[in-house]
Write a new protein. Structure first.
Length: 159
């Protein structure tokens, strides 16, 4: 009778070990935690971010602004991980667009997206390139800081 349960015990043990090794995000991303994000730390740099949490804010993005400082950006927080397309409608300056997965890894970077590229749409293309967050920063940030796909966001910081 005991030998009958041995394979089940082994399988359960295997899954418990695997699940214990999976890295859990340490960020408090409940809706209250998201509301308090003011900085994104990436490549050792702290970027002061405005949040785009609602559909209206996400549709507006940085459109109409005149410029961004090198330590400023906008963080788009979506409800679901998927392929989030972006365009440069009504933009006045070039930006880097960084797509970030639910586990805080960069999945795609569009360097130096130009205002005159509208109506071209930018988005990650390929298997496993879904994002939950998108960070827009001044053009040249990704190059200057040697960002690449797979890099991890250090953290989202509240005041």
């Amino acid at each position: 009778m005991k030998k009958k349960y041995l394979p089940v015990v082994i399988i359960i043990s295997f899954f418990l070990i695997i699940f214990s090794l999976i890295e859990e995000p340490t960020q408090d991303l409940t809706s209250e935690g998201i509301q308090n994000i003011r900085y994104v730390k990436i490549a050792g740099q702290s970027i002061k971010v405005d949040l785009a949490l609602t559909k209206d804010a996400q549709n507006m993005g940085l459109s109409g602004r005149e410029a961004l400082d090198s330590d400023e950006g906008m963080l788009f927080v979506f409800k679901y991980s998927t392929s989030h397309p972006f365009w440069m409608k009504d933009m006045n300056f070039p930006i880097d667009i960084i797509w970030i997965s639910e586990d805080f890894k960069i999945v795609y970077i569009k360097k130096s997206a130009q205002p005159e590229s509208y109506p071209e749409v930018y988005e990650p293309k390929g298997k496993g390139q879904y994002s939950r967050y998108v960070l827009e920063v001044v053009a040249g940030f990704a190059e200057k800081n040697n960002l690449k796909v797979g890099d991890k966001i250090e953290n989202f910081v509240s005041p």
